[in-house]
Design a protein around this ligand. Sequence first.
Ligand SMILES: [Mn+2]
Length: 444
Amino acid sequence: MSSGTDQDTPPSASTAEGGDLSSNPITIPLPIPLPIPLTWPPDGRLDLDWIRNLMSVFDWSSKNVPPSDFPSVLPVQIFDALVLAASKILHKEPNCLRIDPDADESSAAEVVVVGDVHGQLHDLLFLLEDAGFPSENRFFVFNGDYVDRGAWGLETFLILLAWKVVMPHRVYLLRGNHESKYCTSVYGFEKEVLMKYGDKGKHAYRKCLGCFEGLPLASIIAGRVYTAHGGLFRSIFMTPLKRSKGKKNRRISFDSEPKRLTLGSLEELSKARRSILDPPWEGTNLIPGDVLWSDPSMNPGLSPNKERGIGLLWGPDCTEDFLKKFNLKLIIRSHEGPDAREKRPGFGGMDEGYTIDHVVESGKLITLFSAPDYPQFQATEERYKNKGAYIVLKPPNFDCPIFQSFEAIAPRPQVHAYYDYEDCIDSDEELDLTSMVTTSEEAS
Ligand SMILES: [Mn+2]
């Protein structure tokens, strides 16, 4: 940290050490002098104290340090070490995680499920404090969309990676559609990283993309709850490809797709190739794009998601089929905030951070959104003022969702956006698929 700036001094008090885990990360006093730049532990082992310090420092630096001074907070070597440690773990995980907490009714085990976060660092810190930090008895499943739109996607993502490294069997990070090259190049995360790491920015961004490719796609909790960012997916056996011959002139024409779309199985999900910068919307590897981009519909059946240009729409009958076939009770997906829901007649708004979309014989489909007062940057004066929510699942069955809604932390630090939110389309809809084609030189 360059001295001599007129930044706020952190709250004074003893030290950050020794407090109990339930203490508020936002008010954990920072030692003086400030523990920055952050360092890697000499023995290479991250622990809870390291994460608590990381969260406190990021909370403080987000309010006091210009983005271009970020390396004085987290030097690129420490960034590299953290991303590498997390990447190694993530890439080894299966596409669909099996999470099996102690189902004994007397056990204190619980699973916290979290929806879209979108770089809203302070709201994530609040959520972690409110739900209680990950622990032996408290699992976390994050449903993706950690970055973009909000101004602290990098801090948000790194905090989650740190939790993953320290508690790999308690904290699970799934991939969202924004954990991709295409989305991060349009909605701010790429520019954010370039701004925060300067001449090392491209390097840092590439490392993040490599990590995104490792993120698993879905989870099954206690054998009863399926979670994924977008939701359900097609069977690839039933969709032989009709593709125009000229590869250079790819046109997106759903009409040329086979008439019969059918739901995919968990076995097919397990075999999908997820390690791709942008899930393809055509070809044979369509399951990752479906899982990350699909939306529920009130109309029965499976159909191409024409609004988004990738993924599917699935009806209540598909929710029922999927739950029944795999003996599940609940689907928890995310992916739709208040802006998306504004354009979806028939569906509930995101005012409370969640909606119950389908109620069928075998169970329910829920949309969960954890970014309150979203989006951070908005061209209009009028805001959605939505709450965020997380879900707690408890033994013995982990299939009765307890909803916890929460307000945004206010005031949010005033910072500049990393994307042109006035001109940018204000949801993921109508995305320009042609710009998603990754050229070979870019795909490093
Ligand atoms: Mn999304």
